[in-house]
Design a protein around this ligand. Structure first.
Ligand SMILES: O=P(O)(O)OC[C@H]1O[C@H](OP(=O)(O)OP(=O)(O)O)[C@H](O)[C@@H]1O
Ligand SMILES: Nc1ncnc2[nH]cnc12
Length: 182
């Protein structure tokens, strides 16, 4: 640990050090934040989940809601850590029972996300989890689905946030937490 660093700062530095930049992926001009080194590091991955768990204050979520596919990885581990259930929000055509769908903006055109209509009970306490907050389109579509299910939204929790895209300004419905900001 560097001199003067708290345990929490050292943990955050460890997680940050396991996220690598891949320039021009998936297309020119995008700096891709690759979390696979973090996932592959047993200590680093555990640290990331513990940091996310310690960022959850107030009422305990009954459900963690994770978006396909990287949101499944962090969301399911956090649900296990917190003793919560896990609800998958999936790309179209993947969920077998009746669904609600929400469209969201991509850089070119639109995509959609789906959740089972019977995924939770009215007023269930939910926390949306994903690896990364970029434009916020994915998170806003997920929140839209939760509203249609009648869930209570406790907040959003991300490993990292690309602050220059200003997604937070459009996410005023619940608190936004990100471990690391770029
Ligand atoms: O804030 P946004 O601009 O919506 O971007 C963030 C989303 O983009 C990535 O998922 P992606 O759609 O690439 O799918 P993947 O998890 O399957 O790689 C990431 O895991 C978030 O879900
Ligand atoms: N720059 C980026 N790196 C990794 N995942 C992303 N999803 C959206 N933008 C991303």
């Amino acid at each position: 640990m560097s001199v003067g660093m708290t345990d929490r700062e050292a943990d955050l530095a460890q997680v940050k050090g396991l996220i690598r930049d891949i320039p021009d992926f998936p297309k020119p001009g995008i700096l891709f934040k690759d979390i696979t080194p973090l996932l592959g590091d047993a200590t680093g991955f555990r640290t990331a989940i513990e940091l996310m768990a310690s960022a959850v204050d107030g009422p305990t979520p009954e459900y963690i809601v994770g978006t396909e596919s990287r949101g499944f990885i962090f969301g399911a581990a956090l649900a296990y850590e917190l003793g919560a259930g896990f609800i998958p929000v999936r790309k179209p055509g993947k969920l077998p029972a009746d669904v609600h769908s929400a469209e969201y903006e991509l850089e070119y055109g639109t995509d959609a996300l789906e959740v089972h209509r019977d995924a939770l009970h009215q007023g269930a306490r939910t926390l949306i989890v994903d690896d990364l907050l970029a434009t916020g389109g994915t998170a806003r579509a997920t929140a839209d689905l939760l509203r249609r299910l009648g869930a209570e939204m406790l907040g959003y929790c991300f490993v990292l946030e690309l602050t220059f895209l200003n997604a937070r300004q459009q996410m005023t419905d619940a608190p936004v937490t990100a471990l690391i900001q770029y």
